[in-house]
Design a protein around this ligand. Structure first.
Ligand code: ADP
Ligand code: MG
Length: 632
């Protein structure tokens, strides 16, 4: 194989360029975090080497002491962070360092407001990482070699952060990565050992590897002494230390490292489990949903360690998908060091760690909901949609997850989801047997759904569900505390004890009265409807569509189709409101063409009202206009 020794210059993706530019300006007041980010990457690189070396000891290339070194050069005006971790190949440098925007970058840039303080927040949330070097440096060079490759496969990368970078193959004797920042004008504060040490202690004390700096020497005498290394940080794995010896600050800084987050976590839980399986878990809930929460290739979940050796990132076997926002570490004493993803899938130990960890997270959330409802609201806004996947995914914890759910409801018609199922049940009326809900594509459509009319009239609360995941939720959560969850748009409306005998009798009479009309409308609409019938669920609207008791509702059919999946084409039931003047008119209508137009328009408007689309909108408009023209 020939070595590509040539030097090439490549361009950053446009989004990366924009991001760099924004970051330099909006993170200016936080500039010292570049050191935290570089040290965090160096520590990850050492973890990866330690793991890969488990199956190939030669990767250590003789030395086993993994460490990170921070140094500075006053004359050259540079700060350097070096590690003897895994290093990168030429292709890895191109792929990893700043050329390709992370997924979601474009949406992220669109979300920016121009307000510096707010944008700084957003940029932090996006994860600044390696790019943050350019806040303080106008030129960054990186020399690296992947452990296991020959010395001549070293790579040198350099960029001024403005649009291009150069890359060339160089000879590099030691494996690992060295990043050198050529400081901008006015950044001389970082050419100071005391300042660098204090930044390291502030942000990186928890890094379990030694972070070395040359010992400062004072006075003339010191000039003669040989250089001596000094470890600046505590250099022990934070999660192995007793809880009461760890400060809030330390927990928070550790989170920023494992969570690749710029912001503090919302909350966390730290546990040592002893007994049949022994493990330590330190699990965090972030403040904000990351940009890639919905991205299937997302990284950064819970890290797995075995007896303090890093094994893998985002071990999805350790957390179910509906808790994929959880960050942190799980350190097992029982798993073998050579554990693979395949082994994890079948391991009883993992099963028990996972069950225990899920319980801890659910307990943490439940405690927050109870004791810090405002914080819980914040959490729900960010992660509610993910938690709603829970009842379908995790059968054994269904009841507990259901307690965590929050919804919008007709109680206050607010789009903010704040109503719990427990609250709903407490407010249920005498004789009410079910938890009622309506699903629709948007909040407005749910809130104005004609199906709610009778419920509003009788003062019965209905949950307003308008997120896609809600359809899955109600298909897996069919009851809560013995009360069935019931759609107001499905099957015959049966309010049971909530309706008096008199009302029921009246309804039966009306049904008889309108038998003839029902038959005529049915003939007109043919097989577009499953059935036409008289209803008492409407007070203001003339008509609505409902799904058959055992049919899939129209909203879910539409969602499935939009996802490219097949959905049964179950036909709707058209229900007519016998108390509505339009329906009364229709009953008296003798002229066939007008009767047909009116029935068609009633059907189409019922479809529109529930968020459906007309097959033939032009004909609908024409019919409507014909009818309007007859107005006196
Ligand atoms: P993140 O750490 O969140 O992945 P960064 O921007 O900090 O994002 O780093 C981007 C990637 O560059 C890392 O995921 C890693 O693959 C690579 N990288 C950065 N620094 C190093 C290093 N010191 N050694 C090896 N790889 C590194
Ligand atoms: Mg990083």
């Amino acid at each position: 194989m020939t070595v590509e020794a040539h030097k090439e210059t490549l361009g950053f993706q446009t989004e990366v360029k924009q991001l760099l530019h924004l970051m330099i300006h909006s993170l200016y007041s936080n500039k010292e975090i570049f050191l935290r980010e570089l040290i965090s990457n160096a520590a990850d690189a050492c973890d990866k080497l330690r793991f890969e070396a488990l199956s190939d000891d030669a990767l250590y290339e003789g030395g086993k002491e993994l460490a990170i070194r921070v140094s500075f050069d006053k004359e050259a005006r540079t700060v350097t962070v070096a590690d003897n971790g895994i290093g990168m190949s030429r292709q890895e440098v191109i792929d990893n360092i700043g050329t390709i925007a992370k997924s979601g970058t474009r949406q992220f840039l669109e979300a920016l407001t121009g307000d510096q303080a707010r944008d700084a927040h957003l940029i932090g949330q996006f994860g600044v990482g390696f790019y943050s070097s350019f806040i303080v440096a106008d030129r960054v060079s990186l020399v690296t070699r992947r452990a296991g490759l020959q010395a001549e496969h070293g790579v040198r990368w350099e960029s001024n952060g403005e649009g291009e970078f150069s890359i060339e193959t160089v000879t590099q004797e030691i494996h690992g990565t060295e990043v050198t920042l050529h400081l901008r004008e006015g950044m001389d504060e970082f050419l100071d050992g005391w300042r660098l040490r204090s930044i390291i202690r502030k942000y990186s004390d928890h890094i379990p590897l030694p972070i070395l700096m040359l010992k400062e020497k004072y006075g003339e005498e010191a000039e003669q002494q040989p250089d001596e290394d000094e470890t600046v940080n505590k250099a022990s794995a934070l999660w192995t230390r007793p809880k009461d010896e760890i400060s809030e600050e330390e927990y928070k800084e550790f989170y920023k490292h494992v969570g690749h987050d710029f912001e503090e976590p919302l909350t966390w839980t730290h546990n040592r489990v002893e007994g049949r399986t022994e493990y330590t878990s330190l699990l965090y809930v972030p403040k904000r949903a990351p940009f890639d929460l919905w991205d299937r290739d997302r990284r950064h979940g819970v890290k797995l360690y075995v007896r303090r050796v890093f094994i893998m990132d985002d071990a999805e076997q350790l957390m179910p998908a509906y808790l994929r926002f959880v960050r942190g570490v799980i350190d097992s004493n029982d798993l073998p060091l050579n554990v693979s993803r395949e082994i994890l899938q079948e391991s009883k130990v993992v099963e028990s760690i996972r069950a225990g960890s899920v319980k801890k997270v659910l307990g943490l959330l439940e405690g927050m909901a109870k004791n810090e409802p405002e914080q819980y609201d914040e959490f729900w806004q960010q992660f509610g949609r993910v938690i709603k996947e829970g009842p379908g995914e995790d059968f054994s914890n269904r009841e507990q997850i259901a307690r965590l759910l929050r919804f919008s409801s007709t109680q206050d018609d607010s789009e903010e989801q704040k109503v719990s199922l427990e609250q709903y049940i407490e407010r249920m009326q005498e004789g009410q047997e079910a938890i009622y809900y309506v699903t629709a594509e948007t909040f407005a459509a749910a809130r104005h759904s004609p199906h709610l009319e009778i419920f509003r009239k009788k003062g019965l609360e209905v949950l307003l569900l308008s997120e896609r995941v809600d359809e899955w939720l109600v298909s897996s959560l069919t009851e809560f505390q013995g009360k069935p969850l019931q759609s107001v748009a499905k099957g015959e409306l049966d309010l049971g004890k909530l309706e008096g005998e008199e009302e029921k009798q009246q309804q039966e009479e009306q049904a008889k009265n309108f038998e003839d009309l029902v038959k005529r409308v049915q003939e007109q609409l043919g097989d577009r409807v499953k059935e036409v019938r008289i209803t008492h669920r409407l007070t203001d609207s003339p008509a609505c569509l409902v799904a058959g008791e055992h049919d899939m509702n129209a909203n879910l059919q539409r969602i499935l189709k939009s996802l490219g999946q097949s959905a049964p084409d179950s036909k709707p039931i058209l229900e007519l409101n016998p108390n509505h003047p339009l329906v009364a008119r229709l009953k008296e209508e003798g002229e066939a063409s007008r009767f047909n137009d009116m029935s068609e328009v009633l059907f189409d408007q019922a479809l529109l009202a529930e968020g459906g689309q007309l097959d033939d909108p032009a004909t609908f408009v024409k019919r409507l206009n014909t009818l309007l023209l007859e107005l006196k």
